[in-house]
Design a protein around this ligand. Structure first.
Ligand code: AMP
Length: 420
């Protein structure tokens, strides 16, 4: 397999799939350009080698052509960050895209309009009537899959090399993220730096693990983390279960959780997970105390209580100080750390303490040589909020893609290039 470091792009036309799905305000100003910045090293490498870059991305979830989701809004920021003028094609498939990509010279770059303006990118029919029959739905799905192939083939025809640097969409088998790779031989398709770094970080944690390995799983619901927890039970030494999930486990163990968030239909599951952990010699670490609040509000009255003795009408919105110490001890004795999900409602300033304590314990462990991977929306928001992102070994840019990768799934965007 080719690697970006060893590949010489001189004279090549490169179709590069990036994830420039950045948040915009109502005036189309970019409010966070992290995703653009993340792809700049790969773009620079292509251009400085003397290749030209045809850049494809999606933005948002359009259901057709729409001003709101036009990539032209972000063109000037890309030009600014890349330090090279980037041209724009008003459509990713029309004549302008074909002509402009054909005319590109070494060192030049072209941004195509939002790939998702076409349903074929996702390969799923749009706008079907609610009462469409099964036959109609099946025919529409088949037609859209055929369109998807055509779209992939056309995008591929612009280029001699395919580079995928869009980790954020690696879990999607879309025209530009996976199907397109079929039109390039193995010497002419490769991962960009971002994609390679993401893969390396996850595989360092899950495959080449240095022990002890501790995963910290937070967030609100067991149901959304169940597949990850099950996969991690075969891999970790310690599993810290925190955030809103705490209370489903605590209730399952017979504790009083007051009004705390709880999935009553997952109590059995919580017990089963604990049994499985026991069988696999995984040390499950749960909170011992909670910062309870008398309402779901930043200004609520609070008190520290044992996690299994939360008074009626009170709810646990963060971990308590004893739990912080317990978690920190486990984290600081670890050599590999994965953090996904806050310990509490970190959006409320008064309930950030636990998440901050976990973040700081990870910083200390990382300083002592542990490898720490942080990923999945909210924990990334936490490390950014606490100003400690640069003290983690790796902060993933992937949300859903990272979670599916950790679940042990094969991601179509990765498989399309390396075969697994
Ligand atoms: P997730 O998206 O599943 O990772 O969950 C993140 C969300 O869980 C954040 O918005 C937190 O506010 C929320 N959360 C964490 N702990 C609690 C809690 N104790 N009660 C309610 N929500 C929580």
């Amino acid at each position: 397999m080719q690697t970006i470091d060893n590949f010489n792009f001189s004279g090549q036309k490169v179709f590069i799939r990036v994830d420039f799905n950045v948040p915009l305000d109502e005036k189309f100003n970019i409010t966070d350009d992290t995703r653009i910045r993340a792809a700049i090293p790969t773009l620079k490498k292509i251009l400085s080698d003397g290749g030209c870059a045809i850049i494809g991305s999606h933005l948002g979830r359009p259901t057709g052509v729409s001003e709101k989701y036009s990539l032209k809004h972000i063109l000037s920021r890309i030009t600014e960050l890349l330090g090279v003028h980037v041209d724009f094609a008003n459509d990713c498939l029309g004549r302008e895209a074909i002509e402009k990509s054909a005319a590109l010279k070494p060192g030049q770059a072209l941004l195509l309009e939002n790939l998702r303006f076409y349903a074929a990118e996702e390969g799923k029919p749009r706008g079907l009537a609610d009462d469409a029959s099964e036959d109609v739905i099946a025919a529409a799905k088949k037609a859209e899959k055929a369109n998807q192939k055509e779209m992939a083939k056309q995008l591929a025809s612009y280029a001699t090399v395919y580079v995928n640097d869009a980790f954020g969409t690696a879990h999607r088998a879309h025209a530009s993220t996976a199907i397109i790779a079929d039109y390039f031989d193995s010497d002419h398709k490769l991962f960009g730096y971002l994609m390679q770094n993401e893969i390396d970080a996850v595989e360092k944690v899950l495959k080449n693990t240095v022990r002890p390995f501790t995963a910290i799983m937070g967030g609100s619901k067991v149901s959304s983390k169940i597949d990850i927890i099950e996969n991690l039970l075969t891999k970790v030494d310690n599993l810290i279960i925190t955030g809103g999930m705490t209370y489903t486990f605590t209730k399952a163990l017979g504790g009083n959780i007051g009004n705390s968030i709880c999935e009553d239909d997952k109590l059995e599951l919580a017990l089963t997970l604990m049994e499985k952990a026991n069988e696999s010699n995984v040390n499950i670490v749960l909170a011992v105390d909670a910062k309870a609040a008398d309402s779901f509000s930043n200004d609520a009255k609070t008190k520290i209580v044992p996690v299994d003795a939360i008074p009626d009408h009170w709810q646990g919105l963060d971990i308590g100080p004893d739990t912080e110490k317990e978690f920190a001890k486990v984290i600081e004795n670890s050599k590999t750390i994965l953090w996904n999900g806050p310990t509490g409602v970190f959006e409320f300033e008064n309930f950030t303490h636990g998440s901050r304590a976990v973040g700081e314990a990870i910083v200390r462990a990382t300083k002592k040589g542990a490898f720490s991977l942080v990923g999945g929306g909210d924990s990334v928001a936490c490390v950014n909020k606490f100003g400690i992102a640069d003290q983690m070994s790796y902060v993933s840019t992937g949300g859903g893609a990272l979670l599916e990768f950790i679940e042990g799934k094969v991601l179509p965007g990765i498989k399309a290039i390396r075969g697994y």
